[in-house]
Design a protein around this ligand. Structure first.
Ligand SMILES: NC(=O)C1=CN([C@@H]2O[C@H](COP(=O)(O)OP(=O)(O)OC[C@H]3O[C@@H](n4cnc5c(N)ncnc54)[C@H](O)[C@@H]3O)[C@@H](O)[C@H]2O)C=CC1
Ligand SMILES: O=C(CO)COP(=O)(O)O
Length: 336
């Protein structure tokens, strides 16, 4: 059934997901805070900074007016960077006139509180202004979704009927949605894989090959799972789409901003220079800090995260840390 859907966040992912929803026949309005960008989306049907060369569907409406965007919406999709999530949720609450299903498709952990995004949304949005919060996550680069390349993804919610609602909203012949009830595992897999993607990119930038990439992905998954299980996730979630699936795509694709940022770091660029020139959000940088702090608090061994933290926040030389991590004390692979 046709639904009225608000998409909050007009970057590459918000736009690509809005395109899927329009394709499926829904009434979709996207909100962004840059006036000229909204005008471009309405007049030219393009979003040239975030999705160059993509023609947006004529039916997709863009607005800078949040109240107009969310008015009577049956579902609201939050897809702004993690650092903006709380502020945007507060703004949403001030103008929301009904009780929509809340969906989010962002990947990160809040700084300082270390909260998952669904926790941030539940903190800010009172129960009379939301139904369940559903997480949409999986191996899905916006650039490929926007050209209708085949993609699979997970909709996770505590109440299965809301995960199934989101599955119905988004599913079509090129975008297949599975359901899951492990919200913690799905959100942690999504957030933490960006740290490993930074490392995978750095190894590439340093000139290492496929063995190194397989190593960081596999051992990265081990530490993602360790932290995830300590935080209440089902370990099986990490071998699903939002775990190994997203880890695989982000650690190997040139579309990944995290991989590209790592690659540039490996090639000797400074972090400031990399972030200034990316022009899009690189979530893994702040997630590394949150995960490093969590691993300390929960006493979970996360050597790759610790190493990447030392490069990003302690000025360690990226060329040096590879040898350090390789020469750590010997371990059994069966230690969890
Ligand atoms: N790009 C992709 O392929 C995918 C991205 N994601 C996740 O989706 C989230 C958003 O990513 P992208 O769309 O790629 O980011 P982006 O960098 O392409 O765009 C971010 C958008 O958020 C807007 N924004 C930033 N701060 C804001 C604020 N305070 N209020 C309102 N709007 C604000 C920016 O103006 C921009 O339009 C991230 O957490 C990312 O990890 C998840 C899956 C795929
Ligand atoms: O999460 C993503 C693909 O699933 C996007 O990753 P990047 O943010 O690294 O581009």
């Amino acid at each position: 059934m046709k639904q009225k859907i608000a998409v909050l966040g007009a970057g590459s992912w918000g736009t690509a997901l809005a395109m899927v929803l329009v394709e499926n026949g829904h009434d979709v309005t996207i909100w962004g805070h840059h006036k000229e960008q909204m005008e471009e989306m309405n007049k030219n049907h393009t979003n040239s900074h975030y999705l160059p060369d993509i023609q947006l569907p004529m039916e997709l409406k863009a607005t800078g007016d949040l109240e107009e965007c969310v008015k009577d919406a049956e579902a609201v999709l939050f897809v702004v960077p993690t650092k903006a999530m709380r502020e945007v949720a507060q703004k949403f609450v001030s103008v929301c006139n009904n009780q929509p299903v809340i969906i989010h498709a962002s990947k990160g952990l809040e700084q300082k509180t270390h909260k998952r995004i669904s926790e941030v949304l539940m903190d800010e949005i009172p129960e009379n202004k939301r139904k369940d919060v559903v997480v949409l996550s999986g191996p899905s680069h916006a650039e490929e979704v926007a050209v209708k390349d085949v993609t699979t993804i997970t909709a996770a919610a505590e109440k299965i009927e809301y995960a199934e609602y989101v599955q119905r909203l988004f599913s079509n012949e090129y975008f297949r949605v599975y359901t899951n009830q492990d919200v913690i595992g799905v959100e942690l897999g999504a957030a933490l894989k960006n740290i490993i993607a930074l490392g995978s990119g750095a190894l590439h930038g340093l000139g290492y090959g496929d063995n190194a990439r397989a190593a960081i992905m596999t051992r990265g998954l081990a530490e993602i799972s360790r932290l995830g299980v300590a935080m209440g996730a089902d370990p099986l979630t990490f071998i699903g789409l939002s775990g190994v699936g997203d880890l695989a795509v982000t650690c190997t694709s040139v579309h990944s901003r995290n991989w590209r940022a790592g690659d540039l770091l490996g090639k000797g660029h400074s972090l400031d220079n990399v972030l200034d020139n990316m022009g899009m959000i690189v979530e893994g940088v702040s997630t590394t800090k949150a995960a490093y702090e969590l691993s300390r608090d929960l006493k979970i061994e996360m050597p790759i995260t610790e190493t990447i933290y030392s490069v990003l926040y302690e000025n360690e030389k990226v060329e040096k840390v590879v040898k350090d991590i390789m020469l750590r004390e010997h371990k059994s692979e069966q230690e969890f």
